[in-house]
Design a protein around this ligand. Structure first.
Ligand code: PMV
Length: 305
């Protein structure tokens, strides 16, 4: 018996960093997915083929954890594949962890709810990475566009029909735990200023939550622009990300911002479809790489069993 599962990557829309401190964020699942394939084998040990090196620990530890928890001695052959590289920051580690738990629960007939998969995957991420709000896990599990509070205290799907985004990769891999620590040390030094920033971010998220369901992209664009300014104040942007954001808005995007921890990875721009190619070109002209992807897609799913 063989089971194939896939889980989506994610993009943070608004509220990064603040979410680590208990404020809400908005995240959307994207159609760049991580695929895993598992089968039972008669071998003394598990065979794990996870070409994306960064992910292998997430897969190995999740398998060990699951087998221990359910008292399973049967070995498995495990193969992972990605529609994207772990370098671009679309959340490959969380997607692979979520897909691993879903695949194992399916092949071993363990009835895990989506909430169970969220909880197990979040526990695993905290064990391996030490920090994080779990927003990326929520996107991989539940898909769509979510209003989210740290640890899954709130995971609320929003009614979104479309979310026209252009995604630009800055060419530099960001190290999320390092950036979280950087913000923590700024918070320690300038607590009042940073708390103010988080509060402002949080009100942008609340406004955006309503605006996104109304499909008012002009207003959403303004909120996104404001959020990028706050992220700059938080000192997590880079000159390259700023150039890409500026290029996108000058070319007619409704708004643009870095997405995720900062320090590299991706930026996003909200665009009217008729401006898409102009915005893409402007981002490329300042050295960004366009990642074509659709937002607001389905969460983890069994592809074959
Ligand atoms: O770098 P990313 O895309 O994994 O985003 C990190 C977002 C943070 O809010 C900085 C951390 C977190 O876990 O919420």
């Amino acid at each position: 018996m063989r089971v194939k599962v896939s889980a989506p990557g994610k993009l943070m829309l608004l509220g990064e960093h603040a979410v680590v401190y208990g404020y809400p964020c908005l995240v959307t699942a994207v159609d760049k997915r991580i695929h895993v394939e598992v089968e039972k084998i008669e071998n003394e040990k598990d065979i794990i083929d996870s070409p994306q090196v960064k992910e292998s620990r997430f897969v190995e530890e999740s398998i060990n954890f699951f087998k221990k928890r359910f008292d399973i001695t049967q070995s498995v052959k495990f193969q992972t594949n990605g529609d994207f590289s772990h370098r671009v920051g679309l959340g490959s580690s969380s997607a692979v962890t979520v897909a691993t738990f879903k695949a194992l629960s399916t092949i071993f007939g363990k009835n895990l709810t989506l909430r169970d998969i969220f909880d197990l995957s979040y526990q695993m991420t905290l064990k391996i990475q030490g920090v994080g709000s779990g927003f990326d896990i929520a996107a991989a599990v539940f898909g769509k566009t979510l209003y989210y509070l740290k640890g899954g205290e709130i995971i609320e799907p929003l009614l979104v029909n479309k979310l026209p985004l252009v995604v630009g990769y800055s060419g530099r891999k960001a190290d999320t735990p390092t950036l979280i620590k950087k913000v923590a040390s700024l918070h320690k030094k300038k607590r009042k200023k940073v708390d103010e920033i988080f509060k402002k971010m949080s009100s942008l998220v609340e406004l955006a939550k309503a605006v996104i369901e109304r499909q008012d992209f002009e207003k959403l664009g303004q909120l996104v622009k404001e959020d990028h300014r706050l992220l700059r104040d938080l000192e997590v942007s880079t000159a390259k990300l700023d150039r890409m954001v500026e290029a996108a808005t000058s070319a007619g995007a409704e708004g643009a911002k870095l997405s995720g921890a900062g320090g590299g990875d991706c930026m996003i721009a909200l665009v009217d479809e008729d401006k898409r190619s102009l915005v893409e070109k402007a981002i490329e002209e300042v050295g960004g790489e366009i990642i074509r992807t659709e937002a607001n897609v389905e969460g983890v799913r069994v592809e074959e069993q």
